[in-house]
Design a protein around this ligand. Structure first.
Ligand code: SAM
Ligand code: SF4
Ligand code: SF4
Length: 352
């Protein structure tokens, strides 16, 4: 174990590897229309068999290899991470890795009670993001596809607060005609609180959500709508690679962020790798193929095998030239709707 990277590793566009998103399951208790549309993720949908998922020690060994090359921020995602019965064990295993400075998780908050939130906190989770796409109950039920009331997310948020995760991040994917009317109510609700709401442009991830450009609400429009009632001013970035553009309320009522993946892509300093629940490394949210790390992880028997794993990761990152969102914007290649024949990975598999 080391707290200093043995060496930083850069890709072909000189972007260092600094962050890792770890999906721990492809299962979820919701069927958000923009992510796992119910018609396509029905009762007969084949999720990954449990034996194919990395175990907590396997996840930890994989992550340790990434940390050796400079990863300092790790975010647990899914599917829905709370669907993993051994989530606390996963967090604990990752907390034991020297060098991880920020261990975060994103969840839909359904079923998060104070006991679960406290167990995650005690196991070493630093930060929590909860997704909340609408405050209006009817709209929330429609979006999540399972008729789940918004009160359940709000109680998940309370559980996060009670466990000491304040400030929380609250993620809102804005989709025109579905929840754009919730932008202001959500901003108002968290204005004056320590929590940071992040409004996200609806992205063309995967091939199954029927994405259309005219359903994207540009971040500029989101900021203008909020600013008209609650005046905002821009805030400087915290660090390179930060995905959200920051704004703060002029009256001191806190901060929001906007994630402009479609209208102002930020591939230029994208320093994030992704690990799927079945142990594949992906270099981009829009990748079509990943590198299998599970076989090397499971086949490993000797100390030196950790070095082999690290070498695989390094070589893969060094070969990286992904910049999907920038190319899409430059070439105007907005597919409308996405091409069903493409093999691109789904959000519920890789976790955002
Ligand atoms: N189930 C958890 C949740 O919803 O927070 C974690 C996984 S979810 C895939 C991670 C994030 O991706 C959520 O904030 C979700 O709203 C966002 N997301 C999913 N599909 C998206 C899309 N097409 N465009 C933008 N964000 C999306
Ligand atoms: Fe599940 Fe999250 Fe996807 Fe919604 S966005 S279907 S909660 S994985
Ligand atoms: Fe990074 Fe790919 Fe997103 Fe660009 S499109 S910011 S390279 S994940």
């Amino acid at each position: 174990m080391t707290s200093e990277p043995r060496t930083l590793v850069f890709d072909r566009l000189t972007r260092p590897l600094r962050e890792l998103r770890v999906s721990v399951t492809d299962r979820c208790n919701l069927r958000c229309a923009y992510c796992m549309p119910k018609a396509l993720f029905g009762a007969d949908h084949a999720f990954m068999p449990r034996a194919e998922l990395l175990s907590p020690p396997e996840i930890a060994r994989a992550v340790r290899a990434f940390v050796e090359f400079g990863v300092r921020k790790v975010r647990i995602t899914g599917g829905e991470p709370l669907a993993r019965g051994d989530l606390v064990e996963i967090i604990g295993a990752l907390r034991g890795i020297a060098g991880i400075e920020d261990l975060a998780m994103i969840s839909n908050g359904i079923g998060l009670d104070a006991a679960k939130a406290t167990a995650l906190r005690d196991a070493g989770l630093d930060r929590l993001t909860i997704s909340l796409d609408a405050l209006d109950d009817a709209r929330f039920r429609r979006i999540n596809g399972m008729n789940v009331p918004v009160a359940r997310v709000l109680s998940g948020i309370e559980a996060g607060e009670a466990a000491g995760f304040t400030p929380l991040k609250i993620n809102v994917v804005v989709r025109r005609g579905w929840n754009d009317a919730d932008v202001l109510p959500i901003a108002r609700r968290f204005h004056g609180s320590p929590h940071i709401v992040r409004f996200i442009e609806y992205m063309d991830v995967g091939t199954r959500n029927g994405w259309r450009l005219d359903e994207v609400v540009p971040a500029r429009e989101i900021v203008a709508r909020i600013d008209a009632e609650l005046p905002l001013e821009p805030v400087a970035r915290n660090r390179a690679g930060e995905v959200a553009k920051r704004w703060r309320y002029r009256d001191g009522g806190g901060e929001i962020g906007v994630i402009t993946s479609v209208t102002q892509p930020f591939c230029g300093d994208c320093n994030r790798a992704r690990l799927s629940a079945d142990g594949r490394m992906y270099n981009c949210l829009f990748a079509e193929s990943g590198l299998d790390l599970r076989d090397p992880l499971r086949g490993a028997a000797h100390e030196g095998d950790q070095d082999d794993l690290a070498r695989l990761i390094r070589d893969r990152w060094q070969a990286r030239d992904d910049a999907y969102s920038e190319h899409r914007a430059e070439h105007g290649k907005f597919r409308n709707p996405p091409d069903e024949s493409a093999k691109r990975i789904e959000m519920s598999y890789i976790g955002g």
